[in-house]
Design a protein around this ligand. Structure first.
Ligand code: SAH
Length: 266
């Protein structure tokens, strides 16, 4: 395809693509994001990005790991912003690769603000956020006629590393499916807050660890059992907490699969 008039000049300018890598399964990335990875000069990537996606980079591309394990940021946000800006200013095609979607608990907005304030061209390419990816892979729909007509994604951990200051009192009643990111370390407090504010202990709930990957683990039970389930099954990050009647749809689907398998083998 020939570049349109003026386009080649634009293409030669450095820019930053802030990209969502999707929830874990490397095939769950957009075509547009994959093209940017394949064309990048420099890639700054986070912990949750799969190696298979980095393998798509050109051999000459510079791939820089930016850490981002909980409580262990190997590179400060300020330094990441500076590196993005300086590589782009040298005329490079820079990719900032983040797990899930960059604008959902991904600090993509902060990085865009740094670039905008330095006059560096940038774009945002969305990714499948882990709630959506894990919903599909765990067979737990986020909405389901008759069971859930709303869902909310919230963080379980606040800036101070303690339980998040979201309105647990309102969330306990105003949302059908509740998805909690970064909640495993705060699970006892989250469970207590929701129960305290009147959410029924028997509400179906699930923990999904490494959703959409080959290491995915899914544990289901009730809100009242969540912390015990996490401890018993040693659920660790990255993991999501899902609470709501939709969890029962998974049980229904699994039951149907079992029945179908049994009738095939019997
Ligand atoms: N931007 C990301 C979220 C980053 S915050 C997104 O849109 O998904 C990090 C949190 O995301 C983790 O603590 C965990 O709660 C969740 N997470 C990310 N990948 C996950 C996965 N594959 N399975 C379950 N949870 C995941």
């Amino acid at each position: 395809m020939r570049p349109a008039a003026g386009e080649s000049m634009v293409m030669n300018r450095g820019m930053v693509s802030i990209i969502g890598a999707g929830p874990g399964d490397p095939e769950l990335i957009t075509v547009k994001a994959l093209k940017r990875i394949q064309a990048a000069d420099v890639i700054l990537y986070d912990r949750l990005v799969s190696d298979a996606l980095l393998a798509e980079a050109r051999e000459c591309a510079l791939c820089i790991y930016c850490g981002k394990a909980p409580d262990l940021h190997s590179m400060s946000q300020e330094m990441i912003g500076r590196m993005l800006a300086s590589h782009a200013a040298e005329g490079k095609q820079v990719v900032r690769l983040k797990g899930g979607d960059p604008f959902i608990f991904g600090r993509g907005g902060e990085e865009a603000l740094v670039l905008a304030s330095s006059g560096i061209p940038y774009e945002i390419i969305p990714g499948i956020t882990s709630a959506v990816g894990a919903s599909a892979s765990s067979l737990i729909p986020l909405t389901h006629r008759g069971a859930a007509s709303s869902f909310a994604c919230v963080t379980g951990t606040g800036r101070d590393g303690r339980v998040s200051a979201v309105r647990w009192d309102l969330l306990a009643h105003s949302v059908d499916t509740l998805v909690i990111y970064m909640g495993i370390s705060q699970l006892p407090q989250i469970q207590r807050e929701l129960l305290l504010h009147g959410k029924a202990g028997h509400t179906p709930a699930a923990l999904i660890e490494r959703g959409t990957t080959s290491e995915e683990r899914i544990v289901t039970g009730t809100l009242a059992e969540l912390h015990t389930l996490a401890v018993t099954h040693h659920i660790t990050n990255p993991a999501l907490i899902m609470i709501g009647q939709c969890v029962l749809v998974r049980e229904q689907l699994l039951q149907m699969q079992l029945t179908a398998n049994a009738s095939m083998t019997g």
